[in-house]
Design a binder for this molecule. Structure first.
Ligand code: MV4
Length: 446
């Protein structure tokens, strides 16, 4: 096992990883920017190294500085968390070249899954269901139009380097196709320097369902149930739950086994997530694979009892998975609400500031992941997510009641947050019915 791990991240996920290290008897090294001198992760780690100025390009995205910090402190592994360098194939490769274990899959696998049209082709070949659409990449509107005619409208035009909604357009008819294609492609060229596109049939009112998997270095792959992440705004998730209200055991098994097949087709290693679209008729289609630990991983931890961050570290250290699929049982219902320093009344504008008074709830089945403390000033340079409230109840109704009770107890004075917005969603009859899809927030809250 590693004796020392560097955490190439900040905020609550850095704190979450430091805690996992400490429980495992592993020393932790934090890296921090000049804006994060007083941050909790900087204070909590066994060692901390300043890696540059506040802008992420000078610090949390600076690969050379982070690797220098790892070498200087003799860290044997780097945990990238999520965001920042977590899905950067060059960084994973550089770690390997330096003899430092990257806690995640190889750069090669990150690259293979990061290229969405290639990932789609890999899944088609493995017999994983994908949305009807193109197999080969598409580079121009004329060829795209020809293919869209065969697929049938409406179609979704997507950037191969995309994900998270960038470089994506719906075309309702042949008349508008070429314009939408060129707009999406231009956005992709601007954002990613890549003009590679693919086209899918547009799935109406889908749910965003994802399956957590764990894969060791010996080809063993486990699936750990699903998360329903349909409650999103502009491709930012706000609330996630496990299990999904409408997935029965038969469908769950099929989706889980499909996720395992997908991971094996990718020769995957470490923790990963297979994202599916689930349509009204409960057909599911592979959408993307995420090659990192995710923000919403705690809901899976609550219903399975498995510590995913510790599992990531053990896998990276070369340990085989210690449990079998039959040992994994899903128990109860978990919900996570992301607490952001933002103002829902002002188009969710970020609202950093100083925390004047802070109180978090507790009690049976209530978990808080946060890097806030009383008197802390949230820097304006980074993400607005400042806490996650996670609850675990007997069933969905119990979990919803518990979350409303927990949110009602939170005090974060000094900054504006989306706490009331979250509470209102948890009181909405459509949410309570479980009949949610990716249009829930735009349909009922905007
Ligand atoms: C889709 C889709 C409907 N049909 N693909 C959004 C982000 C990117 N990961 C893929 N996305 C979508 N792809 C087809 N063929 C609808 C979305 C989508 C979406 C997906 C999951 C969660 C929220 C969403 C919000 C808008 C659109």
């Amino acid at each position: 096992m590693f004796q020392k791990i560097l955490i190439a991240n900040r905020g609550e996920i850095a704190v979450r990883i430091i805690r996992a290290c400490r429980e495992m008897g592993i020393l932790s090294v934090a890296v921090y920017s000049e804006a994060d001198r007083d941050a909790l992760h900087t204070q909590l780690a066994d060692e901390a190294v300043c890696i540059g100025k506040a802008p992420v390009a000078d610090s949390y995205l600076n690969m050379e500085r982070i690797l220098s910090a790892a070498i200087a402190t003799k860290a044997q592994a780097i945990h990238p968390g999520f965001g920042f360098l977590s899905e950067n194939e060059h960084f994973a490769g550089m770690c390997e070249s330096c003899g430092i274990a990257f806690i995640g899959p190889s750069g090669e696998i990150i690259n293979k899954m990061g290229n969405k049209s290639q990932a789609r082709a890999t899944m088609m070949e493995a017999g994983v269901p994908v949305v009807p659409g193109t197999k080969e990449p598409v580079y121009d509107a004329e060829k795209g139009l020809e293919l869209a005619e065969g697929i049938g409208y409406p179609v979704m035009i997507k950037a191969s380097s995309g994900g998270g909604g960038k470089g994506m357009r719906i075309a309702e008819s042949r008349e508008v196709f070429a314009d939408h294609f060129r707009l999406a492609q231009q956005e992709s060229v601007n954002a990613f320097g890549d003009h590679t596109m693919y086209i899918e049939k547009y799935v109406e009112e889908p749910r965003h369902i994802e399956i957590q998997i764990l894969a060791d270095k010996f080809g063993n792959v486990l699936w750990l149930g699903e998360r329903d992440c349909s409650i999103q705004r502009r491709h930012q998730k706000m609330l996630e739950e496990a299990p999904c209200a409408v997935i029965d055991e038969e469908l769950r098994q099929r989706m889980g086994q499909t996720a395992v097949r997908a991971a094996k087709a990718a020769h995957y290693e470490n923790a990963g997530t297979i994202e599916f679209l689930l349509d009204k008729h409960k057909n599911f289609y592979f959408m993307e694979m995420n090659t990192r630990i995710q923000v919403e991983h705690p809901v899976t931890e609550m219903v399975t009892g498995i510590d995913l961050v510790k599992a990531q570290i053990r896998i990276a250290a070369g340990e085989p998975l210690a449990i079998r699929q039959e040992d994994i049982a899903l128990k109860g219902h978990a919900i996570e609400c992301r607490i952001n320093a933002e103002d829902p009344q002002k188009n969710f504008m970020p609202c950093p500031g100083t925390v004047k008074d802070l109180h978090f709830p507790g009690g049976n089945g209530v978990r808080i992941e946060s890097a806030l403390y009383n008197g802390y000033t949230i820097p304006a340079f980074y993400d607005s997510m400042v806490a996650k409230v996670i609850v675990h109840g007997e069933d969905r109704e119990d979990a919803i009641r518990k979350m409303r009770s927990a949110l009602g107890e939170v005090v974060v004075d000094g900054i504006t947050t989306n706490l009331d917005f979250q509470y209102d969603m948890l009181s909405h009859p459509v949410f309570l019915s479980g009949n949610i899809n990716t249009h829930f927030i735009p349909d009922y809250f905007e």
